[in-house]
Design a protein around this ligand. Structure first.
Ligand SMILES: NC(=O)c1ccc[n+]([C@@H]2O[C@H](COP(=O)([O-])OP(=O)(O)OC[C@H]3O[C@@H](n4cnc5c(N)ncnc54)[C@H](OP(=O)(O)O)[C@@H]3O)[C@@H](O)[C@H]2O)c1
Length: 236
């Protein structure tokens, strides 16, 4: 499998890259900072420098050629304001979809966020600060754009909504389903779930799946296999 990862110097992305390259998969890692090329190369990926807030779809498509799947693992990150939530968490995710379509890449795995339903239809819950609302709105808008493309048969899309990310050691056990309780999850378990979802996407038609993820009791492989069996049955 050849996977292209946007935001390849991010914490989840680097864990995922290592999981993939250690078993022999090919990874193209898109980074915006040339100083990150060596780290991503050390993870076993081919690094390509592209700023997803200024590149166009043709440039990004060029970096994706030959990939079977793309993963959006970028994020404006803590400390950024509402404007960059929109330019990274929404617009860069959509740019990656434009580029994937142009490059003929079939599968798109979007790392979104738990809680986006709280801002659906313009809601702004008073207990959430303004920047967090902007972040959730950007993630929700990206999901909606990608799911529309999935519904139109233009891309195979899987949306993964992890809860609060931690840097704890992987537990290897998760709660992954269409709807789960609020909670946290180690980034290493998110990476393991992504790897399994990429495997499943290659064999089962997952046309617009939305999955929430927190720490739990079910081994990662079994959780993904259970959902894949359900989808395989549902879609014939
Ligand atoms: N933190 C949480 O609790 C939480 C919860 C749910 C979901 N998530 C989502 O999970 C995903 C992974 O999180 P993480 O903690 O692994 O992320 P992270 O470590 O913050 O990494 C994000 C990466 O995105 C890159 N990036 C930012 N702007 C970019 C641009 N214009 N072009 C290209 N790359 C750009 C950053 O590069 P630079 O280093 O150059 O800035 C960084 O390497 C993110 O989408 C995040 O929103 C987070």
């Amino acid at each position: 499998m050849h996977v292209a990862i946007a935001g390849a110097h991010g914490k989840v992305a680097r864990l995922l890259t290592r999981l993939l390259t250690e078993r022999g998969d090919e990874v193209t890692g898109l980074v915006r900072d040339p100083a990150h090329v060596a780290d991503v190369g050390g993870d076993g990926a081919r690094a390509v420098v592209l700023d997803l807030e200024s590149a166009d779809a043709v440039e990004v498509a060029g970096a994706l050629r030959g990939a079977d799947a793309v993963v959006f693992a970028a994020g404006a990150g803590p400390g950024s304001g509402a404007a960059r939530k929109d330019t990274v968490d929404r617009a860069a995710a959509v740019l990656l979809a434009d580029a994937a379509e142009a490059a003929g890449v079939r599968d798109y795995l979007l790392i979104s966020s738990y809680g986006v339903d709280a801002v659906r239809d313009g809601a702004a819950p008073p207990e959430l600060d303004e920047v967090f609302v902007a972040y959730l709105r950007a993630k929700l808008a990206a999901e909606q754009e990608l799911l529309a493309r999935a519904a139109a048969g233009r891309l195979h899309v899987t949306v993964l909504r992890p809860g609060g990310l931690t840097d704890e050691a992987p537990a290897g056990r998760v709660h992954l389903d269409a709807s789960v309780e609020r909670g946290s999850v180690p980034r290493a378990d998110v990476a393991a779930v992504c790897r399994e979802l990429l495997d499943v996407a290659a064999t089962v038609p997952l046309g617009g799946r939305v999955l929430e993820l927190v720490g739990g009791a079910e081994p990662v492989e079994l959780a993904v296999a259970r959902l894949a069996a359900h989808d395989g049955g549902a879609t014939g």
